[in-house]
Design a protein around this ligand. Structure first.
Ligand code: NAD
Length: 361
């Protein structure tokens, strides 16, 4: 098996590392804008060959992963068109799928393109943050071009599964509609909530002061890259606007129920949303990165936080953040402790429970 990578950043590097771990005999070749990354990947034993350009070496690949920013994908497709062999499958990892599928159709590449979107990420980008476990247990959406033979789709789906991800086959239109609802519009709403508080706050900035804690948590996604979200909104404008219309109707329904004192409607809206939300899985990674945090009760005495930190340090569990929650409208527990990964969070919960702390996850 020979696999090519165009772009070896966070996502490309993570997939390459996963391939190297699961399929040690595969031959991996990569192109990246900055050559130092390729040198590092060779030193790490992750890739076998560094390509300094889009060369004929990519022609004999079984799969070529395009892992560059969405806006640059089209130019690489054009270059690859004249190089790839008859059995090569091109795939990408972009967060929106309509634009790349349109480019693929225009270039006549529908028979060899399977769009992909691994729903995994991190706050940090670049090869040095790539991990062979990043896509593990994450939904990995596949959007095959209409002309790709079914056995090639099945084989690629199995390949993705072999890397520990959870393949899910959709059309590219379905992908863009679904991600508009569960990722893109939530980012727009979160930005609007934060901007609303910014605009309504008075000179004393009381809103900003007590926004620490729960409000900060529910708008966490507003700390993402403005440039990336600007691009995603423009790339998926139609689907985002359709979903936003539905959301605006929901807000209007709420406003009417509140204005008219319609207790029954309000109870219904809140109950439906609670029950539906409680049915969501905690197991698989979705399009919005999770927060790995717990809340816990501690006694109000000097040294209580230090004691928690030392219990965790004794078990070699590293913390990302620790702090008192002053506004507990949204949360149980006085202390909020944040970790880098799910596995560390789970270990911390066990350790703290063994020490008889009351922990909420
Ligand atoms: P990254 O910055 O870590 O990696 C991008 C890579 O592309 C780098 O190696 C960079 O050198 C290269 N690159 C950038 N501009 C280029 C250009 N003009 N020409 C050639 N190469 C260029 O970013 P990433 O997070 O790995 O994102 C890559 C792709 O993955 C994007 O299409 C993004 O939509 C998608 N994606 C990202 C996430 C995430 O959370 N980071 C999640 C899912 C999908």
């Amino acid at each position: 098996m020979q696999i090519g990578f165009i772009g070896l950043g966070l996502i490309g590097g993570s997939i390459a590392k996963a391939v190297r771990r699961v399929h040690p005999d595969a031959k991996l070749i990569a192109y990246n804008r900055t050559q130092e990354v390729l040198n590092q990947a060779i030193r790490d034993g992750v890739i076998d060959e560094a390509a300094w350009d889009i060369t004929a070496a990519f022609g004999s690949c079984d799969y070529i992963f395009l892992c560059v920013p969405v806006v640059t994908m089209r130019s690489f497709l054009k270059q690859l068109k004249g190089i790839i062999g008859p059995d090569t499958i091109l795939t990408d990892v972009g967060s929106t799928k309509g634009d790349i599928h349109r480019a693929v159709s225009e270039l006549g590449l529908d028979a060899c393109f399977i769009g992909g979107h691994p729903m995994a990420g991190s706050e940090k980008t670049g090869y040095k943050y790539a991990s062979d476990r990043l896509i593990e247990n994450a939904w990995y959406i596949l959007t095959p071009g209409g002309e790709v033979p079914i056995d090639k789709v099945s084989a690629f789906s199995e390949f993705v599964r072999s890397l520990g991800a959870l393949p899910l086959l959709l059309t590219y239109e379905e992908h863009d509609y679904i991600t508009a609802a569960v990722s893109h519009v939530p980012h727009v709403v979160s930005a609007s909530l934060v901007n609303m508080v910014h605009d309504l706050d008075g000179r004393e900035e009381y809103m900003r002061t007590i926004a620490a804690g729960g409000f900060k948590d529910i708008t966490r996604i507003s700390s993402s890259s403005p440039q990336m979200w600007e691009e995603i909104c423009l790339a998926n404008a139609d689907k985002i606007c359709t979903v936003l219309e539905s959301f605006t109707r929901k807000l209007t329904d709420f406003r009417f129920a509140i204005r008219n004192g319609n207790r029954e409607k309000l109870r219904l809206y809140f109950t439906r949303s609670r029950d539906y939300r409680d049915s969501f899985s905690d197991e698989a990674k979705g399009p919005i990165r999770r927060d790995f945090r717990l809340y816990m009760d501690i006694t109000d005495e000097a040294g209580a936080i230090a004691e928690v930190a030392s219990v965790l340090a004794d078990e070699h569990i590293s913390l990302k953040n620790i702090g008192i929650v002053h506004n507990r409208d949204f949360d149980k527990g006085v202390l909020r402790v944040e970790f880098y990964e799910d596995e560390t969070l789970k270990r911390a919960v066990n350790v703290l429970k063994q020490k008889d702390y009351r922990v909420y996850v």
